[in-house]
Write a protein that binds this ligand. Structure first.
Ligand code: FAD
Ligand code: UDP
Length: 398
């Protein structure tokens, strides 16, 4: 079954199975081992192979490339993201220019509604959110006054609670942020860095886009196709379903890019770094459209935090529709580093060990314990590549 995906320069497509190439036999010599085939590993494998002519072995313990961005056609022929919605947005022209070598793009501006008091209201909170919630007709200045009467001034803004109550006041904080955050992180916002809820701005206009970055688009054929192109080089060997621990024995001392969890690399020497996990429940419905926008957030009701309907993201047309429900949990694959002071302190101890590993570069969301978006990981990988290139080819002083 192939389903139509409308996008830049694309009429319809069918995803081939993820290719697992084993061109090089065991015992083959490589210059670099890259652990993890997500954005961090994928970009570095590509750059080392095509930018420096290195022979690269890239492994991933999962049975596919793409890391958390992996997408595939489900049984109904709908392109879905296995590990939850991945919406690409960035202000970096360098990152766009780089990724555009491997994909065309379909413009997509993401919109999210939150179910609050039985209504579906725009999040980030904007003028319409306030007006619809309270039955008002405020303009921007009216909204400023409305919030000024409700916000609390804090001497310092350390936590996600602090940032919310200083921006929107306690009532809106409790309705839109407190319970969502408690579900998502298993912690109260007062126990999380301000940077977490600080990702979501407050708007005094009617802009209901989730992001305002200059570039917002999805890879036309999906992320997996983009990764397949990125890794398609005679100098790159991809081995999926392969764990670092098994492969490193075959290549002792090899220069390595490690993009898995940093605490795992060091055998949890200082104890495990906390990561938050999720369970993704995918479901297909026999109807064309399920919800009014790509994502609906459920701050208060239900055990899940949000529901994503993929057709909005991909532009696909089909008689059925597929969605994913996200259920946060403590155990399971590590998805989110948890930004709070004690975790940063524990990470700092691992970072010291990582910095001392001269043959290993630690890159990406898990290996540097940073709540990074995709574009930030790509940028970090490109910076790492430049450092490697400078170390291998030091500038000659004249
Ligand atoms: P990953 O993609 O996690 O890749 C690391 C890889 O290493 C994994 O495939 C793993 O299997 C492999 N690995 C780990 N340990 C080993 C080992 N020992 N041996 C072999 N392989 C190993 N970002 C956005 O910009 N926009 C979004 O909308 C967005 N939505 C998100 C939604 C969710 C639910 C999540 C969890 C993240 C989201 N992100 C989003 C963030 C995005 O997923 C990351 O920034 C990016 O994918 C991180 O890339 P990475 O290479 O660092 O890590
Ligand atoms: N958040 C919230 N309510 C919402 C949306 C976000 O409380 O409706 C908080 C929550 O703590 C969440 C954080 O803001 O984890 C960041 O949200 P974002 O949508 O950026 O999370 P991600 O897409 O990375 O899961």
């Amino acid at each position: 079954r192939s389903a139509e995906v409308k996008g830049v320069g694309v009429a319809s497509f069918r995803l081939a199975p993820v290719s697992v190439r084993m061109k090089a036999g065991r015992g083959e010599q490589y210059d670099y081992l890259v652990v993890g085939a997500g954005f961090a590993g994928g970009v570095l494998a590509e750059r080392l192979a095509n930018g420096l002519g290195k022979r690269v072995l890239i492994v991933d313990k999962r049975d596919h490339v793409g890391g958390n961005t992996f997408d595939y056609l489900d049984e109904a022929g709908i392109l879905v993201h296995k590990y939850g919605p991945h919406i690409f947005h960035t202000n970096s022209t360098e990152v766009v220019k780089y990724l555009s070598k491997f994909t065309q793009w379909r413009e997509y501006e993401h919109r999210v509604l939150a179910e609050v008091d039985g209504k579906l209201l725009p999040i980030p909170i904007n003028l319409d959110t306030i007006n619809r919630m309270y039955g008002l007709e405020l303009d921007a200045a009216g909204m400023q006054r409305f919030l000024a009467e409700r916000t609390e001034t804090a001497t310092s803004i350390r936590t996600s609670e602090d940032i919310c109550v200083s921006r929107i006041g306690r009532e809106l904080y409790e309705k839109f942020f407190r319970n969502y955050t408690r579900k998502q992180w298993g912690l109260d916002p007062s126990e999380l860095d301000a940077s977490v809820a600080g990702r979501i701005p407050v708007r005094f206009d009617r802009d209901d886009r989730y992001f305002t970055d200059t570039f917002q688009a999805m890879p036309s054929l999906g992320y997996t196709k983009m990764f397949e192109k990125m890794l398609d080089s005679p100098r790159i060997t991809v081995r999926t379903s392969t764990n670092y621990a098994d492969v490193v024995k075959e290549h002792p001392g090899i220069k390595t890019i490690f993009t898995g969890p940093v605490d795992e690399f060091f055998d949890y020497r200082f104890g495990p770094l906390p990561y938050r996990s999720l369970e993704f429940r995918h479901e297909t419905f026999d109807e064309e459209v399920r919800q009014p926008v790509g994502v609906v957030n459920y701050p208060n009701e239900h055990a899940y935090t949000r529901v994503t309907e993929f057709k909005y993201l991909t532009g696909q047309t089909a008689a059925k529709t597929s969605v994913v429900f996200e259920y946060p949990q403590a155990e399971g694959d590590p998805y989110y580093p948890i930004p709070r002071p004690e975790n940063a302190a524990l990470y700092a101890r691992y970072k010291e060990l990582a910095d001392a590993e001269k043959n290993v570069h630690f890159v990406g969301r898990l290996a540097t314990y940073k709540y990074y978006n995709m574009d930030q990981v790509v940028a970090q990988a490109l910076v790492t590549f430049r450092k490697i290139r400078e170390a291998e080819f030091p500038a000659v002083e004249i």
